[in-house]
Design a protein around this ligand. Sequence first.
Ligand SMILES: C[S@@+](CC[C@H](N)C(=O)[O-])C[C@H]1O[C@@H](n2cnc3c(N)ncnc32)[C@H](O)[C@@H]1O
Length: 269
Amino acid sequence: MSGFSADWLALREPYDLSARNREVLDAVLAAFADYPSVSIADLACGTGSTVRALAPRLPVRQTWRLVDNDLSLLARAAGTAVRADVQVTAVPVDLNRDLEAALDGPVDLVTTSALLDLVSAEWLERLAVETAVRSVPLYAALSYDGRIVFDPVDDADADIVAAVNGHQHTDKGFGPALGPDAAQAAIARFESLRYRVAHGTSDWVFGSDDRDIQLETCAGWAGAARETGRLSLEAVAGWLTRRRDAITAGRSSIRVGHVDLFARPTGMR
Ligand SMILES: C[S@@+](CC[C@H](N)C(=O)[O-])C[C@H]1O[C@@H](n2cnc3c(N)ncnc32)[C@H](O)[C@@H]1O
């Protein structure tokens, strides 16, 4: 499965859903509790996981503009059925080129998930400035923060995690990526723009029965570690073989650190 394939996004969606930080989500819901309707722009929507997570919990009429540059994912997102009073429009936009166009028009809330760790410091700055000039809040969920905890541990884990975190900083289409630093950079930047920022962890927790997601995630990490050139093929293959054996035998659990944040302009509830 590739990094943004529909199959991978479907596999991770239930783990994303249960990982979302409750306090941060509650802050988002509370901010819009009195609104008769809400217009939301979801950046890098994939197949629409943020709509599915948020729309049933927002007790008001909603208009969603779903934005992505992958036409196949976007077509699936457009078909997301939620409720009759939730209107969904899918818009193809290359966010690296045309972020500003994605935010134009009436927007009460900007959402995104699993995007900030892909973007550069320069792009995050554009996002911060463009949301601040429009005085809109941002709910950014599930930014990977660099923490991976394996049980049982393996001698090669630390080298693999270091290589994965190095790979996280490579260009993912937005310039050199912030990777594990993204959430803290976003929190600091929005606070400097006088936004109030609620934030908390939203870790994936894979138990011993969650074999498919563990197998895919470890295979992805092995590929990323190899791409950095820091580790030998033998070292990475040996690690992956031991991990697969433990996962298949139901002896493996993994925690993957993520952070959610809700940044709202001062004065907003
Ligand atoms: C990790 S996926 C997250 C998808 C979705 N938000 C979710 O949580 O399931 C990252 C998404 O960013 C989109 N993406 C990457 N580069 C993009 C760009 N330059 N413009 C718009 N979307 C982009 C991908 O197509 C993919 O849907």
